[in-house]
Write a protein that binds this ligand. Structure first.
Ligand SMILES: [Zn+2]
Length: 102
């Protein structure tokens, strides 16, 4: 049980660290709300946990990216790759009805 306590502390510290990396790597990082969480993954061949990074941009656009890796194992280069490739991310044209007049 001690170990459990310890990993809760490590996890929240690492969550903060991952958010920090996302901000540093995004061009508009200051304008983005970053959320980092961990989910169970049931896919065969995947680790039992995966990390979800959600980006909420001004104007309500949001993007969600998943890493098939436990939160505590996520490194800065994972975040870099995730943000660079856009894999599993947004659905283009998910909004109904064209550009909103700015
Ligand atoms: Zn998975």
């Amino acid at each position: 049980m001690l170990k459990n306590d310890e990993s809760v502390g490590a996890r929240s510290a690492h969550t903060r660290q991952v958010k920090q990396w996302v901000r540093e790597l995004l061009v508009d990082g200051d304008a983005v709300t970053v959320m980092v969480g961990e989910l169970e993954c049931a896919e065969p061949g995947c680790p039992p946990r995966e990390t979800v990074i959600a980006l909420l941009r001004e104007g309500g656009r949001s993007e969600q990216r998943k890493l098939h890796r436990a939160l505590l194992e996520v490194t800065r280069s994972d975040v870099e790759r995730l943000l660079a490739c856009g894999d599993g991310g947004g659905e283009p044209g998910s909004g109904a009805g064209g550009p909103s007049g700015a």
